[in-house]
Design a protein around this ligand. Structure first.
Ligand code: NAD
Length: 250
């Protein structure tokens, strides 16, 4: 049986789907992933420094570069694609418990997904957080200061280093957010991993959690992942084609 037909059957039988999404669901919206063939790090391994906490904290040049790149991030203008919209449809059909996303681009919410059922385990580009006092403000306000000439704007409350409210390498995930994602995975009957290389832990471990409670694992990703062996269906075609096909009959 074709993998798509098998996956359609599994979706039809499921009622508590958790989608675990990664950068690959947004490439068709014009936001490059990190590790795919056209990925940011595949093309420029040095770019990983911008999202490494120790380099960001210790090197003002890295912070200045990070602030410039935040203003130019394609997420500011990107539109959701057919993949994001298909997950909204799955949700509205009453089949989903949540989307757990590693993405920071807000495109699930822009597509119309109920924000209460979108868990952003790696944070959001649209807020900034002080690394000292944890004060949160909007990214827009911080970028206004950058555009007004501050190359590395400091926290207005305490003078500490500001960073996008995203999880960098070397930075702990928010425990409450991670716990929520783990609970959702453990309550699922189907884990739909979409556009993620499943190389980043602890998020990739959500697949183990779902599998261990008996959920089926369906993976939609162009390239192999370390979790392919657990999957009951593997779909390698473009996400913007596969996800609409999976929800077409709902
Ligand atoms: P990743 O870059 O490690 O993997 C993305 C995977 O998606 C790759 O295996 C690639 O082959 C696949 N892919 C890309 N486009 C596809 C398509 N159209 N159809 C099918 N498969 C496709 O991404 P990750 O696992 O999410 O880990 C990277 C980390 O960086 C995460 O924390 C992620 O949130 C973050 N990130 C986020 C964004 C964003 O918010 N859009 C962009 C880049 C990186």
């Amino acid at each position: 049986m074709r993998a798509l037909d098998a996956a359609l059957g599994f979706i039809a039988e499921a009622s508590r789907i958790t989608a675990l999404t990664g950068a690959g669901i947004s490439t068709e919206s014009g936001i490059p992933d990190f590790r795919g063939p056209q990925g940011v790090w595949t093309r420029d391994p040095e770019a990983a420094k911008l999202v490494t906490l120790s380099a960001y904290v210790s090197d003002p040049a890295v912070r200045r570069q990070a602030w410039r790149s935040r203003g130019e991030h394609p997420a500011w203008t990107a539109r959701p694609n057919a993949g994001h919209e298909a997950l909204v449809r799955l949700d509205r059909a009453g089949k989903m418990v949540a989307v757990v996303t590693q993405n920071i681009d807000g495109l699930h919410q822009k597509a119309g997904h109920d924000p209460a059922r979108v868990v952003e385990v790696h944070g959001t580009l649209f807020e900034v957080e002080c690394l000292s006092c944890y004060e949160r403000t909007t990214m827009r306000a911080a970028l206004d200061r950058v555009e007004a000439g501050e190359e590395d704007p400091a926290c207005l409350a305490c003078g500490g280093i500001l960073k996008s409210a995203t999880i960098s390498f070397g930075q702990q995930l928010d425990r409450a957010v991670l716990l929520r994602a783990m609970t959702l995975a453990s309550e699922s009957d189907l884990l739909l991993a979409v556009g993620t290389s499943l190389q980043v832990h602890p998020v990739a471990g959500l697949v183990d959690i779902a599998y261990d409670v008996g959920a089926r694992v369906v993976i939609v990703n162009a390239e192999p992942t370390p979790y392919d062996g657990l999957a009951v269906a593997l779909l390698r075609e473009p996400i913007g084609e596969v996800l609409p096909a999976l929800v077409a009959d709902l």
